[in-house]
Design a protein around this ligand. Structure first.
Ligand code: ADP
Ligand code: MG
Length: 320
């Protein structure tokens, strides 16, 4: 295992705080500033000779996009577009922001690097049990009436009430099967591009009778990043987030951050339920899958130390 892996190729998955800080409104300038900070760590790696594919989340951005569509429909009669189309829109927008921030950072260091952002689709299996059990909240809190109107005509989505805060739309979050543009990503990497891909986990599509169709669902960005990283033969999968690493007994007395762990050890802790579902859980699972699929190292660590995390000098390092 691992002989087909490129130790100098890393997939770097940026968490939500890389593009928008908690409490910010989401102006273009705020997002560009956040991306510029994230870009510094990536540029450090490029200077060290790493080839990089950047992936990122889109939670707040896709929620805002849905609200824009909703308002556009109510105020101007413009048809609201489905969730998979909002995913495509946010991939384009965030790809542009990361691309601009990263190329400016590299230029300021005198590096003539080329950055390309791709719109990518992630194929999911329509028979995945997640489709019968939507769990992933997307978008803002609504009144019950608004939530019902927004969910109307969307098969497979459900509504949940969070007492005191309102109603949210929940959609299925099926496992990613493949990133359809993996060949394009690899070809761009091979010709010297830094690539931005899998934004928001990619646009979820299903194949039915040879036809691809976008679906009302979301793919976890860390799990999608693993599928891409494995497919392109990356040596390292790094998941950058807003905590120092993966903890045991997180938020409880005696919590302890994991340093270097074997994949077997992490599997044990995962089974014991140490990692929050929908937050640290998918990161741990992505790390486990990446190593089991032949990856050399998977790391979960703080965004402010991107280069150290990729090098295995910070965060939780998972090894075969
Ligand atoms: P990202 O946008 O980076 O994917 P998430 O919010 O999805 O961020 O995941 C990071 C969060 O996971 C942390 O802020 C923390 O609150 C939460 N979390 C849940 N379980 C753990 C754990 N065992 N160790 C560390 N963080 C955890
Ligand atoms: Mg997350």
């Amino acid at each position: 295992m691992g002989e087909d892996r490129d130790p100098r190729l890393a997939v770097v998955a940026l968490g939500g705080n890389a593009l928008l800080r908690r409490g910010q409104r989401g102006t273009f300038e705020e997002q560009y500033a956040a991306a510029s900070e994230a870009a510094a760590g990536i540029a450090d790696l490029v200077e060290m000779g790493y080839r990089i594919v950047v992936t990122h989340g889109n939670g707040p951005q896709v929620g805002a996009q849905q609200l824009r569509h909703d308002a556009g429909e109510r105020v101007h009669g413009l048809p609201a577009l489905p969730l998979h189309a909002c995913d495509a829109e946010t991939q384009g927008l965030l790809g542009y922001i990361v691309q601009q921030a990263l190329s400016n950072e590299l230029r300021s260091r005198g590096i003539d690097a080329r950055v390309a952002a791709l719109v990518t689709r992630t194929r999911v299996d329509p028979s995945n049990p997640a489709f019968a059990n939507p769990t992933k909240p997307v978008g803002p809190f609504y009144s019950e009436e608004d939530a019902r109107r927004i969910a109307a005509g969307r098969p497979g989505v459900a509504l949940v009430e969070e007492p005191g805060r309102g109603w949210r739309v929940v959609v299925p979050s099926p496992d990613p099967v493949e990133v359809l543009e993996r060949g394009a990503v690899r070809a761009l990497v091979d010709s010297g591009f830094i690539v931005v891909a899998c934004g928001g986990g990619g646009i979820p599509v299903v194949e039915e009778g040879g036809i691809l169709r976008g679906v009302d669902a979301v793919v976890d960005k860390d799990l999608a990043s693993e599928v891409l990283a494995t497919a392109i033969g990356a040596g390292t999968l790094a998941m950058l987030t807003d905590v120092d690493g993966a903890y045991l007994n997180y938020g409880k007395p005696g919590q302890r951050m994991l340093g270097r762990v074997s994949v077997e050890e992490l599997e044990g802790y995962y089974a014991e339920g140490h990692f929050g579902s929908g937050s640290m859980g998918p990161k741990a699972l992505a790390a486990i899958r990446f190593i089991r699929n032949g990856g050399l190292s998977a790391v979960i660590g703080p965004l402010e130390r991107t280069a150290d995390v990729v090098l295995g000098r910070a965060g939780t390092l998972v090894v075969p």
